[in-house]
Design a protein around this ligand. Structure first.
Ligand code: PEP
Length: 264
């Protein structure tokens, strides 16, 4: 059901504050993790002013080391929900564990499945039972077909509100960037499937100074949106400060992206 052969028209996903897919362009932005209620509200205010309609932030964090900050859990979900409501934005947050699906469902507007869980089939099946949009991030070593099959696990349960996200893959040289953004995946996915395709240049770059050029490249390739991490004090961010844009840099990025989107 994910194939264009069965569904030639673009899937359009409507949330309370966003229209995703087709010729629409959506900005999802916010901190990597929910640090405090005040912080997520202020970051949300700034990204909304720059044009974002979806406020991102992790309450359950998939950290490479078990000793790193793991997120604020339900306290973070509550703060995130409150900020999104005050600002009139949609909330997107990552779901790591099937046991948390109902908890996260009770707060979020959009589920995010991270790169490390792209083939967590139990989680994908559980989300297939929901009737709420899911952003499915490409596994860092996943092929295009792996990603499409993972999406099919969600769709097979009857949930067709799926967005695919290119967030960079592991290649033979990830010394200067954290991952390699696969720009070609964007038009290829769009030719094979009707789901919106969105890019995350933050996790692809891993370094703030490369986020804007990669975001512009993804937009030029036809991405239907961007996920971007921002922080007002990147050096003290709880998670992934190195790749966070300041709100000001994000506003500049958004202006450039809009110009490129207008011509593609
Ligand atoms: C994130 O967006 O917070 C995240 C952890 O991304 P990824 O799954 O792409 O590493």
């Amino acid at each position: 059901v994910s194939s264009r052969d069965f569904h030639p028209h673009d899937t359009i996903i409507k949330t309370n504050h966003s229209i995703i897919g087709g010729n629409n362009f959506v900005f999802m932005a916010g901190p990597d993790s929910i640090e405090s209620a005040e912080h997520v509200l202020e970051m949300g205010r700034q990204v909304k002013a720059a044009g974002a309609t979806i406020l991102r932030g992790g309450a359950f964090k998939p950290r490479t080391s078990p000793y790193s900050f793991q997120g604020n859990g339900e306290v973070g979900l509550k703060a995130h929900r409150a900020a999104a409501d005050v600002l009139g934005m949609d909330m997107i947050t990552e779901i790591l564990d099937t046991r948390d699906v109902d908890l996260v469902d009770s707060y979020t507007d959009i589920f995010q499945v991270g790169t490390r869980n792209m083939q967590n089939f139990a989680l994908l099946k559980a989300l297939g039972q929901k009737r709420k949009p899911v952003v499915l991030k490409r596994g860092m070593s996943a092929t295009i077909d792996d990603l499409l099959n993972a999406a099919e696990y969600i769709a097979a349960g009857g949930n067709h509100q799926i967005m695919l996200m290119e967030r960079g893959i592991r290649t033979y040289d990830n010394k200067y960037t954290r991952n390699t953004i696969d720009v070609s995946a964007i038009p290829v996915l769009q030719s094979l499937t009707h789901y919106p395709v969105i890019a995350d240049a933050s996790h692809a770059a891993g370094v703030a100074k490369f986020v804007t050029p990669l975001a512009l490249a993804a937009t030029a390739a036809g991405s239907q949106g961007l996920m971007t991490e921002i922080h007002d004090d990147p050096a003290h961010a709880f998670v992934d400060g190195a790749q966070a844009l300041t709100p000001d840099a994000f506003a500049k990025l958004a202006n450039k992206v809009r110009q490129i989107h207008d011509i593609v």
